[in-house]
Write a protein that binds this ligand. Structure first.
Ligand SMILES: *[C@@H]1O[C@H](CO)[C@@H](O)[C@H](O)[C@H]1NC(C)=O
Ligand SMILES: *[C@@H]1O[C@H](CO)[C@@H](O)[C@H](O)[C@H]1NC(C)=O
Ligand SMILES: *[C@@H]1O[C@H](CO)[C@@H](O)[C@H](O)[C@H]1NC(C)=O
Ligand SMILES: *[C@@H]1O[C@H](CO)[C@@H](O)[C@H](O)[C@H]1NC(C)=O
Ligand SMILES: *[C@@H]1O[C@H](CO)[C@@H](O)[C@H](O)[C@H]1NC(C)=O
Length: 325
């Protein structure tokens, strides 16, 4: 624990078979924390022993201090089982963060199937851009021009944010403001009214809430939550200048062969040993992996230079002797 320094809190909720994925997103945050921000991971899980073991090991390997805390899953007593099983196991946990983490001012929530490809300080800067009413930041579910493939605009049986909805896989939350807004008292009536019409569970609830309170949401650009929909038909998220900041492998694409580029990025971070040289053990394998013909030719294969952009800037000139504790 560093005295006097407020950590950047990152929240992950991991149930069932999501343990390995959650460890990989945490590893990616540590790998890309090149400006050595003081990070604190808050992990809601049933697997406390496995997380404790791994993260304690990592504390010895990473060349700067970080913290973590393991928390029991917790839901309102009323409707406890329903909340737990809403959408994917445990995904609804984040709806209750304002009242569970009363000592925390603000945090970044990420789904377990997200990867950092840039320092967390990049996404954190959006807090400073909030105006007086904004309390959370997310990216659009689809970019404009994607109406023909949009889910919410074509199928939703409930109100949603904006023209095409928002994706909740990457979410900055100012809990102080959410508590002032009485967030949880707003969530429960929404759940009661719409529970039979919200196939995406917590994300739908968040969309309904911000439909009625659009002034409370800051919309971040798509490179902070890059998904296959941004590249599978045409490129609708322009990352050629800034690169891809966070990648989101929803629908299990890190684990199947539908999008080899996404799977390759995931595996190379999974295979990287924290504390080892990121140039030789991360950047070079990533370049090799993304240059394979089977990746280049595949759906979304054309974004490899955008995936590599930030990593190249950060890790290209790290020789063995520069990377020391
Ligand atoms: C969150 O909002 C509170 C209340 O407006 C403010 O004091 C605090 O600085 C905000 N936190 C961040 C990280 O911007
Ligand atoms: C903050 O920004 C949002 C989105 O642009 C807007 O709807 C809201 O009115 C703004 N709030 C203030 C106090 O300016
Ligand atoms: C992407 O954005 C950059 C800078 O904003 C711009 O110069 C470039 O033309 C854009 N590319 C496309 C394909 O829109
Ligand atoms: C990661 O490591 C596994 C086991 O050593 C290996 O089979 C796999 O090919 C590696 N993945 C990549 C993308 O290098
Ligand atoms: C990749 O695409 C190129 C050009 O279209 C083609 O010549 C090559 O055979 C393809 N390779 C694979 C592995 O499909």
């Amino acid at each position: 624990m560093q005295t006097g320094k407020i950590p950047l809190h990152i929240v992950v909720v991991s149930c069932g078979n999501r343990l390995q994925e959650a460890l990989v997103v945490i590893k990616s945050a540590l790998l890309f924390n090149t400006n050595k921000e003081y990070l604190k991971f808050l992990i809601f899980t049933e697997n406390t022993d496995k997380f404790r073991e791994k993260l304690t090991d990592w504390k010895d390997l990473v060349p700067y201090p970080f913290d973590f805390e393991l928390l029991q899953l917790k839901f309102p007593k009323q409707n406890e089982v329903k909340w737990k099983n809403l959408f994917q196991p445990c995904a609804a946990q984040r709806l209750f963060l304002p009242s569970l983490l009363t000592n925390v001012d603000s945090l970044l929530y990420v789904d377990t199937d997200v990867l950092f490809l840039s320092p967390i300080s990049n996404v954190w800067t959006f807090f400073k851009k909030f105006n007086e009413t904004q309390m959370a930041a997310m990216t659009p579910e689809h970019e404009s021009g994607s109406e023909n493939i949009g889910w919410y605009n074509r199928f939703a049986l409930h109100p949603f944010y904006g023209k095409l909805g928002i994706n909740s896989g990457v979410m900055l939350m100012n809990l102080t403001r959410m508590r002032e807004f009485n967030w949880e008292n707003q969530i429960l009536p929404i759940y009661k009214e719409y529970k039979s019409r919200i196939p995406w569970g917590d994300q739908d609830i968040i969309n309904i809430l911000f439909h009625y309170h659009p002034d409370k949401l800051y919309v971040m650009p798509c490179e902070y939550n890059y998904r296959t929909g941004h590249c599978m038909y045409t490129r609708v998220c322009n990352t050629s200048h800034l690169g891809i900041k966070l990648m989101h492998g929803n629908r299990h694409i890190f684990h199947n062969d539908n999008f080899p580029l996404f799977k390759t990025v995931y595996e190379i971070i999974e295979n990287y040993t924290l504390g080892s040289n990121p140039y030789t053990n991360f950047l070079l394998p990533l370049r090799r992996g993304l240059n394979q013909e089977s990746v280049v030719n595949s759906s979304c294969g054309m974004i490899s230079s955008d995936v590599l952009k930030i990593s190249s800037t950060l890790f290209d000139d790290l020789s063995e002797d520069l990377y020391e504790k």
